[in-house]
Write a protein that binds this ligand. Structure first.
Ligand code: HEC
Length: 227
């Protein structure tokens, strides 16, 4: 599924690029005539983004741009702007217990990740079941050691973020915040990060320290980033 998605994105990029390239010569606009386009489109001082839909100046369609896409509304942005950083400041209200999470996991996650989070190679990653041989973060010397949430996940807050935005794989965004808290609690309890009777909400989740958190460093290579 991942690959289909990437291909689609890439194909979208190709279409856009082709359009941008041919446009400079022939125009990608809706109603343009060739003579007009060659006149305007070859004006080297004009940026592609400024070009007005390939129309006769003042004619039909003028001022309407490319008629592609629409302005993003504040609501549309809000539905996508759900990132939760490692510090967890953005965590929503709601809560969930390990017991509830166990039930939600069985209903919505086990089909791909296995009843005990053991995963299904090669497509569905292992989530749980810390192998004693893999303790000590020895992945650099043996990359085949099984990675699980308990032995290879840097922050509990970003586990919540990932599940909420990406899972279940076929219907991301379908879980309630309570369900995501419960699932996060269940997955952390299975890997002995929190007790089996724990309840997680924003405050409790922010307080969880992952066993190998210290083995990760922030990777912020933007030149303008504050040090
Ligand atoms: C249809 C199959 C499917 C279902 C159902 C599903 N997942 Fe996944 N899950 C995947 C796949 C595939 C990946 C790997 C995605 C990737 O690497 O891009 C993944 C990755 C993950 C990861 C990241 C693992 C890691 O360490 O990289 C977590 C956590 C996770 N899933 C949790 C869940 C939870 C919780 C549920 C239930 C709400 C769930 N998944 C349901 C297929 C599924």
């Amino acid at each position: 599924m991942r690959y289909t998605f990437m291909r689609r994105v890439r194909r979208g990029g190709t279409v856009a690029t082709l359009c941008a390239t041919t446009f400079a010569l022939t125009g990608c606009g809706r109603t343009g005539t060739e003579s007009n386009l060659s006149q305007t489109a070859l004006d080297a001082s004009m940026r592609f983004a400024d070009y007005d839909g390939g129309t006769v100046p003042g004619g039909p369609g003028a001022g309407q741009g490319y008629a592609i896409g629409s302005t993003a509304t504040a609501e549309a942005i809000a539905t996508l702007n759900t990132d939760i950083g490692p510090g967890g400041a953005e965590l929503p209200s709601g809560s969930g217990t390990v017991a509830t999470g166990r039930a939600v996991y069985a209903a919505k996650c086990a089909l791909c990740h296995g009843a005990n989070g053991e995963g299904m190679a090669p497509a569905f990653p292992r989530l749980s079941g810390r192998d004693p041989n893999a303790e000590g973060f020895k992945f650099a010397s043996d990359p085949k050691l099984p990675h699980t949430i308990g032995n290879y996940w840097s922050h509990a807050t970003t586990l919540f973020d990932y599940i909420r935005r990406a899972m279940p794989h076929a219907t991301p965004g379908s879980l309630t915040n309570d369900e995501v808290y419960a699932l996060t609690a269940h997955l952390l309890a299975v890997d002995d990060v929190i007790p089996d009777d724990a309840t997680l909400d924003a405050t409790a989740l922010r307080a969880v320290k992952m066993p190998y958190a210290d083995r990760f460093v922030p990777d912020d290579r933007r030149p303008t980033a504050k040090k």
